[in-house]
Each structure stands twice: as C-alpha cells, then as structure tokens.
Design a protein around this ligand. Structure first.
Ligand code: HEC
Length: 271
C-alpha cells in the first residue's frame, strides 16, 4: 500500500504514537485536529502488518490465509467486510470478520482455536503491540474502504442473529443491572467526556460503525468490534464475553444492520 505522508502528517503521527503516555500535554483542540489528519493514522501501519501476515505461510499446515472465504468466495477480499456479518454454510453460523478469521486460521493454517482465544487483544497497559487477529482484521476490513455497509438479511440465521442481537441489546443483566440500551439508546448521553453512540440514530450509528476497525489513540493500538464488545461488557461489569461467540456476533449483526447504508471510512481513529 502506498501512502504519502505529509510533513504535517508525520508530525501528527509522531504525536499520535506518543499519545498514550503524553495525552495530558496535548490540548483537546490539538488532539481533535490530530485525529482529523487521515494520513497520520497509525492504523495504516497495522493494515500493512496485517497484509504481510495474511500472505505469509504459517501454522502447522504451513499455509497462508489467501484462500480464506469471507463470503464472496475464497480469496475475494474486495467488498467482503462490507457484507459481514453473514451466514456461512461450512460453519453453519453467522460470523463477523474476527470469528471468520478464527475459522480460517484453524481450518487453513491448523492453529489451535483455544490457543488463539487465550490472547486475542493487545493489552495496552503493558504497551503490547497488536495481536495477529487484530492486524488481520484491520487489513481485511480495509479492502472494503469506501463501500456501503450492506450485511445480507436473507438467510433465516441472519434474521435471527439481528433479532437476538437487538433483544440482547435491551436485556438488563449483571451486577449493575445495565443493558447496552442504558448507555446507547438516546441522543446526548455521555460518560465523563465521552459521547455515547445512540444506535437508533441513523447518522450516529453509521458514523460509528463505518470507522471500525479503528486506531485507538489512548490504547496505542488498532482495535476491532470484538474488542469493543468485550470493553462494553467490562463497562457493564459482567464476566468477559467470549471472543467470536454467538452473543458477540448477534450484537455486531444488530449494530451493523442499524448502520446499513453508511460508507466505510477506514481505518478509523478514536480516543
Ligand atoms: C455504562 C455505559 C455503557 C454500557 C452499558 C455499554 N457501553 Fe458501549 N460504550 C460506552 C463507552 C464509555 C464507550 C466509549 C465511548 C468513547 O470512547 O468515545 C462505548 C462505546 C461503544 C461503541 C463504539 C462507539 C464508537 O464511537 O465507536 C459501541 C458500538 C458500543 N459501545 C456498543 C455497546 C454494546 C453493544 C453494549 C452492550 C453489550 C454497550 N455498548 C454497553 C459505555 C457503555
């Protein structure tokens, strides 16, 4: 991938990379300006790393991921993410980008699913770099940049996932008796300085979903929607939600359908 970094872009990139340790020294305004500089997004570095990983023969079967089918056929990446989550015949379930990547690393490369699930996200507290699955998701998703969010809703399992996702969204549970809706179903809600997306506000949810996967400045790494689901469960003080589980996929199906028609603008860059 070729991108020309401007001097301004490089300065902002340096700032962005330093951000996890030096946030306090950057005014909120400068920070916003920095976020707006598309070329300075360190997410591009993660996408490039993901591309190398995707094409490298790895694992017990010494295979690359180039034959992975994300719904449009083996190896067809262009526009595939824009049509996820979707039903897959081989696994007989609805999958999002990360759970599909998990399937391919297991079936094509022979990796152990339980092993991968032990370490799906980089831990920003220890300055870890992105995990393989985070880099791969960033790369595969980027191949749908500029395309409309258009997940299919034909197969009964796709309809069910969307419906179950919405029901879960409203279900209050856990020690705080929160549901997702407690924080994300009205305009103008916020926690501290963070505005909370209202998933029933079309523009709001489109702007949100079209910018995932995203570079998270405060974490110093790229993040994907599975991480956001894990993070918001943490906000709700529930036990960790399982990576790629039907529950996370149902939630992501619901959120993605709410955002249908938005245009992917990747990689995103968020707080
Ligand atoms: C206690 C409040 C709270 C609850 C409950 C909660 N979240 Fe969140 N959510 C947040 C906060 C805080 C953020 C981060 C906002 C930021 O950093 O700008 C967030 C971010 C998000 C985002 C990304 C928004 C963006 O701008 O990219 C999504 C999507 C999301 N939540 C979905 C959910 C779902 C689904 C649930 C239920 C499983 C849930 N949230 C439960 C507080 C909550």
């Amino acid at each position: 991938m070729k991108r020309n970094l401007t001097v301004k872009g490089m300065a902002a990139l340096a700032l962005a990379l330093a951000a996890p340790v030096a946030m306090g020294e950057v005014s909120v305004e400068e920070y916003r300006a920095m976020l707006a500089d598309k070329d300075a997004n360190p997410g591009f570095l993660v996408i490039d790393q993901g591309e190398v990983l995707y094409k490298t023969k790895r694992g017990p079967k010494n295979a690359s991921l180039e034959k992975c089918d994300f719904g449009l056929g083996p190896g067809k990446l262009k526009g595939a993410y824009a049509q996820l989550p979707r039903y897959f015949k081989d696994t007989k379930r609805v999958q999002d980008i990360e759970s599909r990547l998990l399937t391919c690393t297991v079936t094509l490369q022979g990796f152990d699913e339980a092993e991968i699930k032990k370490k799906t996200f980089a831990d920003q507290r220890y300055n870890e770099t992105n995990t393989d699955i985070e880099m791969l998701a960033a790369y595969v998703a980027y191949q749908s940049n500029g395309m409309r969010i258009n997940p299919p809703l034909k197969h009964p399992a796709e309809k069910e996932a969307r419906k179950v996702g919405e029901a879960y969204f409203w279900n209050r549970h856990g020690p705080m008796d929160f549901s997702c809706a407690t924080c994300h179903a009205e305009d103008g809600k916020r926690v501290r300085l963070q505005n909370l997306v209202n998933v029933y506000n079309k523009k709001d949810i489109q702007a949100t979903m079209s910018t995932w996967p995203t570079y998270r400045v405060s974490h110093g790494v790229a993040r994907n929607m599975q991480h956001r689901m894990w993070d918001c469960h943490w906000q709700m003080r529930t036990p960790d939600i399982e990576f790629g589980s039907p529950a996370t996929t149902a939630l992501i199906s619901f959120l993605t359908h709410q955002a249908k028609g938005g245009t992917y603008d990747l990689p995103g860059m968020k707080r």
